[in-house]
Design a protein around this ligand. Structure first.
Ligand code: 3HC
Length: 262
């Protein structure tokens, strides 16, 4: 696990530990000591590093999940490409940027693809596996095998905006925000309606807060830049204002709802 900040690495390790403890509590309900051993063992297999160039030297697969900014992603992949062994496969977990544009920064288009996971990653059973025209069959097979090895169901997607899930989910969430702006119903009522009327586990506002309103805006703005005439990809004044005011959802303590900051 690589991050530029030691502080974030520590926080991420703590989050993984918390998540493992949740799993252990269920898996070893009658044997708490075994649960503790399980958590410790898994944690001991994760090494951390704040230097991507150094970490790349011993990697077979790199899954990038940094900020949704094409310049920063390309800069990172250029460094990784210069330092990783020949056989190393690169994948991006981007939610909105074309894989092809990210891959351009490297000399290994045949060993490049997308692995797109969903929040909360330990629970959601899907990973989208994305190929660009240059992705080799061997690379694609390896990415699918990796997804399956970590216990997910994989689906194959072309390199189109939002792949499958976000292409349907994000315009739906953006339309819910526009519905609120129009005054058609309250956020709470829209959430209740979609949970009880459509069977969704979370309503669109709960889900937007969960995913992060900044992430929602990053996705919509990224798509709008590439497809300015597509109304489904437009952000909205309410979303823009909330992000500008630091109301980012669960992570900032306030979004469409308020949360206890942990
Ligand atoms: N780590 C480990 N386990 C976790 C967990 C975590 N972070 N979060 C939840 N769990 C486990 C719980 O322990 C529980 O397990 P159990 O049922 O075996 O006891 C199970 O997941 C359900 O959790 P809860 O009982 O606490 O809560 P809910 O039943 O309300 O489920 C939820 C929570 C799974 C988040 C559910 O509300 C849900 O599926 N929401 C929709 C999530 C969704 O749509 N995600 C996609 C977002 S889009 C995206 O990520 C793409 C990106 O590019 C923007």
């Amino acid at each position: 696990m690589v991050d530029v900040s030691e502080e974030v690495l520590k926080k991420s390790q703590a989050n993984i530990e918390k998540s493992l403890m949740r799993v252990a509590k269920k898996k070893f309900a009658d044997k708490p000591e075994e649960g503790q051993t399980f958590t410790k063992e898994v944690l001991s297999r994760i090494s951390v590093n704040s230097d991507p160039a150094q970490a790349a030297k011993s990697a077979d697969l790199v899954v990038e999940a940094i900020v949704e900014n094409i310049d920063i992603k390309q800069k990172l992949f250029k460094t990784l490409d210069e330092n990783a062994p020949q056989h190393t496969i690169f994948a991006s977990n981007t939610s909105s940027l074309p894989i092809k544009d990210i891959a351009k920064a490297t000399q290994r288009l045949d060993r490049f693809g997308g692995l797109h996971f969903f929040n909360p990653v330990p629970v959601m059973k899907l990973v989208e596996v994305i190929r660009i025209p240059e992705t080799s069959d061997d690379t694609f097979k390896s990415l699918v095998a990796f997804g399956q090895a970590v216990g997910k169901t994989t689906v194959e997607c072309k390199d189109t905006p939002g792949f499958v899930v976000n292409r349907l989910l994000v315009p739906y969430m953006a339309e819910a925000i526009r519905m609120l702006e129009r005054g058609d119903a309250t956020a709470k009522d829209i959430d209740v309606a979609m949970k009880l009327g459509a069977g969704y586990p979370m309503g669109p506002f709960e889900l937007s807060d969960y995913v992060g309103l900044d992430t929602m805006k990053f996705i919509l703005d990224g798509w709008s830049k590439n497809f300015p005439d597509q109304p489904l990809f437009k952000s909205s004044p309410l979303l823009d204002k909330m992000v500008e005011n630091g109301k980012l959802g669960m992570k900032s303590g306030e979004g469409f709802y308020t949360y206890n900051k942990k």
